[in-house]
Design a protein around this ligand. Structure first.
Ligand SMILES: C/C(=C\CNc1ncnc2c1ncn2[C@@H]1O[C@H](COP(=O)(O)O)[C@@H](O)[C@H]1O)CO
Length: 241
């Protein structure tokens, strides 16, 4: 640039100058950088986590609710089997699973989300990340978990469940176990999926095979262990000739 085209001052001066409009902070290109930063932070924090299971469930499950105890048990047993436990880092069922994992000496992870009424990460999260964007956070659940355990929950839980099923159905991810904990809570949904959705030709029988429904914590954990051990490369000494 020469003569009238030359900007006043140097680029450094403009960078370091705190005066001027700050509108750019609220533009989409700037948001793209923040989104990118969420992915970078998430990948950096979780890349070496090891085998992990995501546990989802209602933010409204209270400590005295039997589902809370199931969440604690599943978190604890998964930790004992060597899994890190990843939750949404919030209250209720998420807190229960984090508590179980942490008390069992496991790795208790919380992927929190900024919400207008958010109370922050629950006290049982030992490794936490806070996200602004749901879609960046969801990528982390899917990328770093080898299975999903879904406790009774509402819209947020349904979203997480059906996202997992859609990704497997469309072969965007390798199939992984999805366990619905709580037969009385989930049976109605499964009946509707089979009786209406499958019967109406909107899904295939294979899609329903992705789901396991149980009340048994040990069955859920055994399924996750089997999936993990089956996915591991067989050590050379154990390989058949
Ligand atoms: C509703 C309240 C707090 C919400 N706080 C949350 N923190 C973290 N993650 C959340 C929160 N709410 C929903 N989620 C995600 O969705 C699932 C639970 O949603 P549901 O609608 O309650 O079933 C959960 O797995 C999270 O990943 C104040 O109590």
């Amino acid at each position: 640039m020469r003569r009238g085209q030359v900007d006043t001052g140097t680029t450094d001066q403009r960078l370091l100058d705190s005066a001027g409009s700050t509108d750019w902070v609220h533009t989409d290109p700037w948001r793209v950088l923040r989104i990118q930063a969420e992915f970078v932070e998430g990948f950096g924090a979780l890349a070496e986590l090891g085998p992990a299971i995501a546990v989802f469930g209602s933010a409204r499950t209270r400590g005295e609710d039997p589902d809370y105890l199931v969440g604690e048990k599943i978190g604890g047993r998964l930790a004992e089997e060597g899994f890190a436990v990843i939750t949404g880092g919030g209250p209720g069922a998420m807190e229960a699973a984090n508590k179980g994992a942490s008390e069992a000496g496991g790795v208790s992870v919380g992927l929190g989300i900024e919400l207008p009424f958010e109370a922050g990460l629950n006290p049982w999260v030992d490794r936490g990340i806070n996200f602004r964007y749901f879609f960046a956070r969801k990528t982390m659940f899917v990328k770093y978990s080898q299975g999903f355990v879904v406790l009774p929950g509402g819209l947020g839980t349904f979203d997480e469940l059906f996202e997992a099923l859609t990704l497997v159905q469309t072969q965007k991810v390798t199939s992984f176990p999805v366990v619905l904990m709580g037969t009385s809570y989930w049976q109605g949904l499964l009946d509707w999926l089979r009786g209406t959705v499958l019967a109406g030709g909107k899904i295939s029988p294979d899609d329903l095979d992705l789901l396991t429904l149980t009340d048994d914590v040990e069955e859920a954990v055994a399924l996750m262990v089997k999936a993990r051990d089956g996915a591991l490369p067989t050590p050379p000494a154990e390989r058949p000739e």
